[in-house]
Design a binder for this molecule. Structure first.
Ligand SMILES: *Cc1c(COP(=O)(O)O)cnc(C)c1O
Length: 218
């Protein structure tokens, strides 16, 4: 599929869900993609991108941001505390706040540098041991704790287990967000973004459907 076909599908899914056009924003996930594919999407006018590694993003985006005006960059992958300062410089939003230690680091950095990217809390809706994120049962308390640190908590993010019906996870994430008064829902990828939109996604993270299959790194 091409970018414009994905955008059409997004608009259709919004309409089917009786949602305003533009209420689900498309994050083009450019991780591990050859630079010419990323440039083609920039040339087509798209400006919202997602990366899952700080190091990789730092290697390509400062230069691309100089050439293309208005780029917004979101971090959608796990973040080590020692890379948080660099992440603050590079990203407009971070979708992977997943532990108390990181929240404390963000609070300290906000004081030091005088700003903080928009933050989304990652919830491990499938309670998978190998996956990052706050457990659903701990989410309310964690949201409260993070807000208590004056962090700009905008919403929640999830990555459903691959082998399960994603709808259950999207519905759970939406419920936790609603009862905590959070407006942003980052959910849905190439295979299920239309479904995520029907459950209220405000950010969908789409990689391979826009760029083609990721070239495996050696
Ligand atoms: C890679 C990635 C995506 C995009 O996955 P596709 O299936 O290629 O659309 C979305 N979210 C996260 C967190 C990712 O790491």
């Amino acid at each position: 599929m091409s970018l414009s076909e994905i955008q059409d599908s997004v608009r259709k899914a919004e309409a089917n869900a009786h949602r305003p056009s533009g209420s689900a924003r498309l994050i083009a996930v450019s991780k591990v993609q050859p630079i010419d594919r990323v440039e083609a999407v920039l040339d087509a006018g798209h400006r919202l991108f997602g990366e899952n590694r700080v190091q990789e993003a730092a290697g390509k985006w400062p230069e691309l941001k100089e050439r293309f005006e208005g780029v917004q960059l979101h971090l959608i992958g796990p973040l080590q505390s020692n890379k948080a300062r660099q992440a603050f410089e590079l990203f407009d939003a971070i979708h992977s706040l997943d532990r108390g230690k990181l929240a404390k680091t963000f609070a300290r950095l906000s004081q030091e540098v005088g700003h903080c990217p928009d933050l989304l809390i990652q919830v491990n809706t499938g309670e998978e041991p190998q996956k990052a994120g706050i457990l659903p049962s701990d989410a309310d308390a964690f949201i409260k704790e993070a807000r208590g640190m004056d962090l700009p908590i905008k919403g929640l993010m999830c990555i459903p287990p691959v082998e399960e019906e994603a709808s259950l996870h999207f519905a759970l994430l939406a419920k936790i967000a609603e009862r905590n008064g959070l407006s942003e829902l980052s959910m849905g990828m190439s295979a299920d973004f239309e479904k995520a939109i029907s459950f209220g996604a405000t950010y969908i993270r789409v990689g391979s459907a826009i760029f083609g299959q990721r070239v495996p790194t050696p």
